[in-house]
Design a binder for this molecule. Structure first.
Ligand SMILES: CC(C)(COP(=O)(O)OP(=O)(O)OC[C@H]1O[C@@H](n2cnc3c(N)ncnc32)[C@H](O)[C@@H]1OP(=O)(O)O)[C@@H](O)C(=O)NCCC(=O)NCCSC(=O)C[C@H](O)C(=O)O
Ligand SMILES: [Mg+2]
Length: 293
C-alpha cells in the first residue's frame, strides 16, 4: 500500500485501517512496505482518530512474518492490531505467541485478527480459536476477530466463483458460527468488483443477515455502502425500541398492555409472536445502534 493511499485511509471514518505487508504488496516491495508502515506508526495516529490502526503481516509459512513483526513492533508506537493471514493450525498461534512475547517489551496487549482462508484452516477452526483464547491468557495479545478470506479460500480449494456464491456458502457459515462460539467478531469476505456498489450492497446485507459483524473493504468508495448495510435501519430501531419499551412497561406494572395477548409466556407485538429470543434480537439491534453513534 503506497503512502498516498495510507494517508487517505487514515482520514476515512472506518473502524480499522489495515496497513498491508501481505498480498496487496508485490514480493519485491516487502522491505519498502515495512519501512513505510514503520514511518506511519512513528508519526502517530492523527489527532482525535478513533480508528484502530492495524498491520497485516505476511503469513507465517511465507518466511516473511518475523521481519514484518520485528519492524512494526520495534518502535515506540505499536499498532493496535496485528492481522495474521493464512492461519491454519494451533501451531501457528503458538509461533505467533512466542514472537509477541519476545518483541513486545511492555505490558501492551495487541489485538489479533485471524484470517481463515484455506481448507486446512476450516478443518482446524475450533482448535485455532481454542488455542488463540488459551494463549491470550499468558501472552500479550487479545484475539478479537476471525476474517473470512474468501479469495484465498477459493484458490485453495479450487472453487470457481459463481453469481450466487454457492461455492463458499458452507465455509462462510462455518466461520460466523465458530467466531460467535468463541465470542469473536466475524468479518465477511472482500468484494473485489469495487466499482459495482449494488453488488456490494447485496453481498454486505447478506453477510449482515448471516450474523457477520463487518466486512473487509479495499476502496474508499465501498465504505459508506458497507457501513449502511451493517447498521440497523430506522425501521428496525423503531421496532426494537417499541418492543423493549412495551416489555419494560409490562415488567414494571405487571399489567399486560392491551395489544399483548399472553400465550404460554409469549406475547403478540405488531402482529408477531414475541418471546425471549426475539427480545434478545431487539437488544442486539439497540446495542449496535448505540455503538454506531
Ligand atoms: C483496487 C485499487 C487498486 C484501485 O485503485 P485506484 O485505481 O487508485 O482507485 P481510484 O482511482 O478509484 O481511487 C480513488 C481515490 O481513492 C484512493 N484509494 C483507492 N484505494 C484505496 C485504498 N485501498 N485505501 C486508501 N485509499 C485508496 C486513491 O488513491 C484515490 O485517491 P485520490 O487520488 O486522493 O482521490 C485500490 O483500491 C487498492 O489497491 N485497493 C486495496 C487492495 C488490497 O489491499 N488488496 C488486498 C486486500 S483484499 C484481501 O486480502 C483478500 C483476502 O485476503 C482474501 O483472500 O479473500
Ligand atoms: Mg487472503
Amino acid at each position: 500500500m503506497i503512502l498516498k493511499k495510507i494517508t487517505k485511509a487514515l482520514t476515512l471514518d472506518v473502524d480499522c485501517v489495515a496497513l498491508d505487508c501481505e498480498d496487496g504488496v508485490a514480493i519485491n516491495r516487502k522491505e519498502q512496505a515495512r519501512a513505510t508502515i514503520r514511518g506511519v506508526l512513528d508519526k502517530g495516529r492523527p489527532d482525535q482518530s478513533k480508528t484502530d490502526l492495524g498491520v497485516r503481516v505476511n503469513s507465517i509459512d511465507s518466511g516473511l512474518c518475523h521481519s514484518d513483526l520485528e519492524s512494526c513492533l520495534s518502535g515506540n508506537n505499536l499498532p493496535d492490531t496485528i492481522l495474521l493471514p493464512k492461519v491454519e493450525s494451533s501451531e501457528h498461534l503458538k509461533w505467533f505467541a512466542d514472537e509477541i512475547s519476545h518483541l513486545v517489551k511492555n505490558d501492551n496487549k495487541i489485538n489479533l485478527i485471524i484470517f481463515i482462508e484455506s481448507a486446512m484452516a476450516f478443518v482446524n477452526l475450533v482448535d485455532i480459536c481454542k488455542s488463540a483464547v488459551q494463549l491470550s491468557k499468558r501472552f500479550n495479545f487479545v484475539p478479537t476477530t476471525l476474517v473470512f478470506g474468501s479469495d484465498d479460500f477459493c484458490a485453495n480449494i479450487g472453487a470457481t466463483r459463481t453469481s450466487n456464491s454457492i461455492e463458499i456458502l458452507h465455509a462462510r457459515q462455518k466461520l460466523v458460527l465458530t467466531a460467535k462460539a468463541f465470542n469473536l467478531q466475524a468479518i465477511d469476505m472482500v468484494y473485489i468488483q469495487y466499482k459495482d456498489l449494488d453488488g456490494l450492497k447485496a453481498q454486505s446485507e447478506e453477510g449482515m443477515r448471516m450474523g457477520y459483524t463487518g466486512k473487509q473493504v479495499i476502496h474508499p468508495g465501498q465504505v459508506p455502502v458497507v457501513q449502511e448495510a451493517f447498521l440497523p435501519t430506522k425501521t428496525q430501531i423503531d421496532w426494537a425500541q417499541g418492543l423493549l419499551r412495551s416489555f419494560e412497561e409490562h415488567q414494571k406494572t405487571g399489567k399486560v398492555p392491551e395489544k399483548w395477548l399472553i400465550i404460554l409466556g409469549a406475547f403478540a407485538y405488531r402482529g408477531s409472536m414475541i418471546d425471549m429470543p426475539t427480545m434478545k434480537q431487539a437488544q442486539n439491534i439497540m446495542k449496535l445502534a448505540k455503538l454506531s453513534k
